[in-house]
Design a protein around this ligand. Sequence first.
Ligand SMILES: NC(=O)c1ccc[n+]([C@@H]2O[C@H](COP(=O)([O-])OP(=O)(O)OC[C@H]3O[C@@H](n4cnc5c(N)ncnc54)[C@H](OP(=O)(O)O)[C@@H]3O)[C@@H](O)[C@H]2O)c1
Length: 328
Amino acid sequence: MNNGKSRVSVFENAYLTIESLFFGYFGFFLINSLSMAILDGRALAKAIRQELADQVSVLAAEQKRSPHLAAVLVGDDPASQAYVRNKVRSCEKVGFQSTLIRKPGTISQAELMAIVQQLNADDSIDGFIVQLPLPKHLDDTEITLAIDPAKDVDGFHPVNIGRMAQGLPCYIPATPLGIMEMLKRYNIDTQGKEVVVVGRSNIVGTPMSILLSRKGNPGNATVTMCHSRTQDLAAHVRRADIVVAAIGRPAFITADMIKPGAVVIDVGINRVDAPETDKGYKLIGDVDYKVIAPQARWITPVPGGVGQLTVVSLLMNTLRAYRKEVYP
Ligand SMILES: NC(=O)c1ccc[n+]([C@@H]2O[C@H](COP(=O)([O-])OP(=O)(O)OC[C@H]3O[C@@H](n4cnc5c(N)ncnc54)[C@H](OP(=O)(O)O)[C@@H]3O)[C@@H](O)[C@H]2O)c1
């Protein structure tokens, strides 16, 4: 009995040694292939800005004018002012022309509609945006509908959204366009993957769901879109190969919701108190980055991730408008 037992255990030991060598070897690659990497929005935005600047240089060499973006800013909301300033500055950085039209918060709907009509008719302007949100007395839906879809570089007009849903040429809203560009340039495979988008806003969650589910690359994913009425949100997110969090709640997505090896795209930008910093606050995402990062395959930091690509995406749309690629 003893001999037999010891013979078995010799074989067992030999097997275990081979097994541990085998799995140790492949385990290394498995762990290595699961190791986390950062989707660096800052570096990507810089590379795209350079590409845009190069295209402007080519146009200048051909004695052609550069693309021209106009922005309408109504009122004195500090966040809107900062966004628009950033857009204008980004135009300058790549050599685009920009026009900023500032109007007081007391402007009437008719006056603002007249500005939109002027911009629609101005051939020297390729695309324009009306910075949202507008003061409460103004009807932003009427304004959005009045923008010529061919100049709607924000991609908010229902004609562009409808075209996007049908996979036709269109302007894609800047944040989803930036995410698609990131997935493409980092070669992240979305085909057949389980994608869970948390958030269904018109500017982020809904377009992301459409873009990733439609045919294309990136695309061809199986998409679930979650929102505040979703039951057992954690169970949905836990299934995801790719999570897109666009909620607007700091560190809402926690580590227990993330499948090891998932790709995590954090769209959220939330200001939270941080007395230890000079400003007294810091920006964090919708994802609990510190604990989730080690178990994710790819993850976007906040700041330095998706947000960096939003403005360059607007510039990409402006170049397409200049080239009349969407509406020849
Ligand atoms: N990186 C960028 O450039 C960029 C651009 C745009 C936005 N953002 C940021 O992204 C975040 C989302 O922006 P947004 O404009 O899409 O926000 P939003 O319009 O407020 O939409 C938030 C979405 O999250 C859902 N939601 C809220 N609480 C939830 C909960 N407890 N469980 C599940 N879903 C919940 C809402 O569901 P309901 O529809 O049911 O209310 C809604 O669909 C914000 O932090 C914003 O600052 C960043």
